[in-house]
Design a protein around this ligand. Sequence first.
Ligand SMILES: [Zn+2]
Length: 416
Amino acid sequence: MNIKKLQFIILFLFLPILSIAQDHNCGTHQPNFTGKNMNKFQLHQIQELELFTQKWIAKNKNKASIREIITIPVVVHIVWNTPADNFTDLEIEAQIDALTADFRKMNENTTSIPASFQSLAADVEIEFCLATVYEGKETNGIVRKETSLTGIGNLYHSDNRRRICYDDLGGSSAWEPEDYINIWVGQLGLLGEATFPGMADTKYEDGVFIDPSAFGFFCSSSSNYVLGRTLTHEMGHFFNLYHIWGENGCTIDDLVMDTPMQNVSSSGCPLHPQVSCGSDDMFMNFMDYTDDRCMAMFTKGQKMRMLAALDTFPRESLKISDGCARSIIKNITLTPDDILLFPNPATDCIHIDLDLENDLPIRMAIYDTKGREIYSNHIFAKDLRTFNISNISNGIYFIYFESNGQVASKKLIIDK
Ligand SMILES: [Zn+2]
């Protein structure tokens, strides 16, 4: 073990006072080792969690790549104040797909990871599904509530309950946190926030909070936070990841062995290499503050921390939740209804998710209205794929999927 890191872990475990880190990007209450505002119970919790995490990693270090995929049900609570805060079902599905793609290393920009970091990039082997079952009934995993309260994400009732987490306070009540990850989307004044394992004031406020301005996957480079990576970053905190720079300076970092020590947070979209603390910064890590289009990876060390978190209370039961049990048998034939094509009309890229139980390669092709093939590729039904279409001109197209003799198509409009 790296001596500096060992010293840090020891320092961390015995420091009596922790504080709360907040800034304009991320409001997650990350223990940051130098301040105050954390009670004895929380301090004890976080120390216990870190001891468990380090032991778990030592015990399981050889098992990083032979695990099974874990699928975790999520519920998205859209608590909207203005119509701009509301999202369509398709937009929400595409955001959850994008989250899974980032965790499965299926994101569209893995090629942007510098060569020196490529071998560290991890398939975390966690997937997320919008819940399909709640209290025995079918659901689409989406709850919508209109609220008259502006900035509801950071409003608290006089009894200290966080309003967005309760029906009777103008928000949307949590689904059982043992079985579902609750994701609240409402005005926050920050991009996002999440609770570390065991750190929520009550389990009904345990989850992830995203501002509408940073929610969704919109296949566009017109804004810094439209590729859904605020949710990826916050989900990292939910599974016990710290910001990659730890605390400012070159002594305290993120408790992960394979991420370089980094002096401060990054921003915008830097060019590699950026050097601090004597090594190249991993500014393309999901736990930095770079723009969505420049974030591309979790490391294997971060993966181990997240898997360890999934063996702790209250996260462990998420692994065996049946919240995504299918009450309908999955499709084995290809029909247009099984094709999620988003956005449509499209500008820069399209995101494809096929709801199909099929391990055969699927040929995908885009034709123009004169029947000319513009683009073709092969994908698999389980892939979540984003295709760059920025070099295809405006117009109406047909996108075909062909598998095992079956063909299904959808109309695609490109309008830049
Ligand atoms: Zn953060």
